[in-house]
Design a protein around this ligand. Sequence first.
Ligand code: MTE
Ligand code: MO
Length: 163
Amino acid sequence: MAASTEPVWVHRHVHEPNPAPPSADPAFTVKMPDGAETVVDPALLQTLPVTHVADCWIVSTGHGKSGPFTFAGVRLGDLLAHLLPPNIAWQHVDVISADGFGARLFATEITDPSVTRPILLSTIINGAAMTRAQGLVRLIVPSEIDDALRQVKWVGRMEIYAE
Ligand SMILES: Nc1nc2c(c(=O)[nH]1)N[C@H]1C(S)=C(S)[C@@H](COP(=O)(O)O)O[C@H]1N2
Ligand SMILES: [Mo]
């Protein structure tokens, strides 16, 4: 079966980007397929390999585009491999900010070994530590080139789903 009914925030075509972080704390909670929750903060991310993706643009429908940026951080796939028990089957993960914005990512697009510009949980922008105001920790989906609906700032929660 296809993924369950998508939350309302997944396909929001008209959206004014929020410029203000919903909180000061960059830590976020990850809910595992079995319901267990764990907290991830930038210090934990720093223990995992760093991946750089150059020539990223943030494309706003209302405000034009900004960039190019080189974002760096941890591959979403690397973090999930670090957190999940080995050999567990999962289908999608919802990445959500406390300001009510979010995106759904599918296991196939996260773990695809042919992807050269991987999905990141970014903490570094153009070689400098990302500020909370800039989105720390920010989901970067480099394949999204004509919109910014998956470039989630201030990740507050991730929920991993298995059938
Ligand atoms: N948490 C959160 N992330 C978000 C948004 C938002 O409102 N809240 N807006 C999205 C939209 S619609 C755009 S255009 C970009 C704007 O990114 P910028 O503030 O870096 O220009 O952020 C995206 N990520
Ligand atoms: Mo946008």
